[in-house]
Design a protein around this ligand. Structure first.
Ligand SMILES: Cc1cc2nc3c(=O)[nH]c(=O)nc-3n(C[C@H](O)[C@H](O)[C@H](O)COP(=O)(O)O)c2cc1C
Length: 144
């Protein structure tokens, strides 16, 4: 697949697998994609936004109410721009938010405004993955 000229929105949530996404961002960039990264506040505790800013050559958005934001409504413009949205890693918490339609931070609001295909890469402890709550949320998300 030719990624030149395509915009890949990478949503990063707070799981231990965040370190693996450095390689993903770097590889997408090398393949010619424009990579836009948004992280949850908790994701920034695992890997610094600076790492993803450097790898993507783009500003990383974390805070919905960032005073440095551009004049446009950024979550809407980013959602419009994305050809595909990848949530990696996707925490149990974030999957629950998506399943319920909770939009209480920049990333969840942006994902809700996306009309492009959304790819989730869930990563969590096996018991969390097998829990009834996660399994129910996954069913809801896959049905969409
Ligand atoms: C060291 C550590 C590793 C974690 N790894 C995961 C994980 O792999 N998957 C997951 O769903 N939650 C994991 N968590 C819990 C999430 O960080 C927590 O649920 C958080 O609220 C997720 O926030 P977010 O979805 O807004 O990023 C981990 C927490 C810690 C402290």
């Amino acid at each position: 697949m030719n990624l030149k000229g395509k915009c890949v929105l990478i949503g990063i949530t707070g799981g231990i697998a965040v370190y693996k996404v450095c390689e993903l961002v770097s590889s997408l960039k090398k393949q010619g994609a424009e990579v836009c990264v948004s992280m949850t506040e908790n994701a920034t505790k695992f890997v610094s936004p600076l790492t993803f800013e450097t790898l993507s050559a783009n500003r990383v958005v974390v805070d919905m109410f960032d005073p440095d934001r551009k004049w446009e409504v950024e979550h809407v413009s980013l959602a419009k721009k994305a050809d595909v949205c990848v949530i990696a890693p996707c925490t149990a918490d974030f999957a629950a938010k998506l399943a319920c339609g909770i939009a209480d931070d920049f990333l969840s609001t942006t994902v809700m405004a996306c009309t492009c295909p959304i790819i989730l890469a869930p990563a969590m402890n096996t018991n969390m993955l097998n829990s009834l709550s996660y399994q129910e949320n996954e069913r809801v998300l896959l049905a969409r």
